[in-house]
Design a protein around this ligand. Structure first.
Ligand SMILES: Nc1ncnc2c1ncn2[C@@H]1O[C@H](COP(=O)(O)OP(=O)(O)OP(=O)(O)O)[C@@H](O)[C@H]1O
Length: 323
């Protein structure tokens, strides 16, 4: 069973389906949540936190219904929100202790854990300072500390590197990697930055217009070492992409004659040159590289979701997704 199980999940808000038939089993140690603005990432997080009720279908965390069993789930989830929501005139340690108490810990234990969590994220020395005197980087870190203090099994991080300078971002990424490596907590990380997800996650869920555009295991993608090619062409028409597809390639066309391909094993560069010369297409540049999260994301955005929640390429075949 996955950490998060979605079964035909629909959430309607303001008379509109914001999440529309999401199905999937999220099993990764660290799951990245990607999607353009308005895709439904926050709505999904709020649903997992028990704030929204499924209009139909279900969302489960550790086998429990996220709405019906929300009181039971509460203590098992740590949530780092995107927006600041502090009680600014509390000291760091008092604030984290208070949040741990709200998550269900008895007062003395909450205090002990608050100290530990603040040291863990590197705020030990400033833990008696008022939160409203913290820098932006420190505020991100204390948000992480309060999400960790009560010892959750699932940590939901919403835009954890928001507004951080490169050094503070690196620190945050290292902390997330460390939490993942320690292995006792599952992570769901929402970010606009592909790089954040690439550096911290082993699975990715991509949403588009309230639907699943892709759900895939990034580690498997990396291991599969697929041959991925970018062409810059002049004079390529639809018939060029049709011919390449005829070789068994997955093809994505972009403005300016840019074409991205996934090559099956038997196809080589010279096969492409042959078709190009037959059709009087100029190949100005050919670049071969491994598949990346960026490619997965771009394909998900280009081809959109299909009914069964599986990303399908232009050629009609499901692409690197697991159910
Ligand atoms: N309470 C609500 N009532 C009506 N519509 C809502 C409500 N909350 C969100 N929406 C709409 O649902 C859609 C998805 O919003 P959501 O905030 O989940 O997207 P998102 O992927 O988190 O976007 P962003 O990256 O901008 O934070 C948007 O069109 C938004 O306007």
């Amino acid at each position: 069973m996955g950490t998060i199980e979605l079964d035909a999940l629909e959430v309607r808000l303001g008379g509109r389906a914001i999440l529309n038939g999401l199905s999937g089993s999220l099993r990764g140690q660290a799951i990245g949540l990607l999607g353009p603005n308005g895709a439904g990432k926050s709505t999904l997080i709020n649903t997992l936190l028990g704030f929204h009720r499924a209009t139909s279908g279900t969302a489960r965390v550790f086998g429990l219904d996220t709405y019906r069993d929300r009181a039971q789930i509460r203590g098992g989830i740590g949530y780092m929100p995107e927006n600041d929501s502090f009680i600014g005139n509390m000291s760091g340690v008092r604030f984290v202790r208070y949040m741990a108490e709200l998550a269900g810990l008895p007062s003395a234990e909450a205090l002990e854990r608050a100290h530990e969590a603040l040291f863990y994220v590197g705020l030990g020395e400033v833990r008696y300072r008022k939160v409203n005197t913290y820098s932006l980087g420190m505020k991100q870190l204390i948000k992480l500390a309060q999400a960790l203090a009560h010892g959750p099994r699932l940590l939901i991080l919403d835009e954890p590197t928001n507004g951080l300078d490169p050094i503070a971002r690196q620190r945050m990424i290292q902390l997330i990697q460390q939490i993942r490596k320690e292995g006792s907590v599952r992570l769901l990380i929402s970010s606009h930055l592909l790089r954040d997800i690439d550096e911290t996650c082993d699975e990715v869920l991509i949403l588009k217009s309230g639907r699943i555009a892709a759900l895939c295991n990034i580690e498997e993608e990396r291991r599969s070492n697929r041959s991925f090619m970018e062409l810059e062409t002049v004079g390529a028409t639809e018939s060029f992409s049709v011919s390449i597809r005829g070789l068994g390639c997955e093809v994505a066309c972009f403005p300016g004659g840019r074409i991205k391909l996934v090559l099956p094993e038997h196809v080589e560069a010279r096969d492409l040159y042959l078709i190009a010369s037959e059709q009087k297409v100029q190949i100005r540049r050919m670049h071969v590289r491994r598949d990346s999260l960026e490619d997965i994301f771009l394909r998900a955005m280009d081809y959109g979701p299909m009914d069964n929640g599986v990303m399908v390429t232009e050629g009609g075949r499901p692409a690197h997704v697991h159910p």
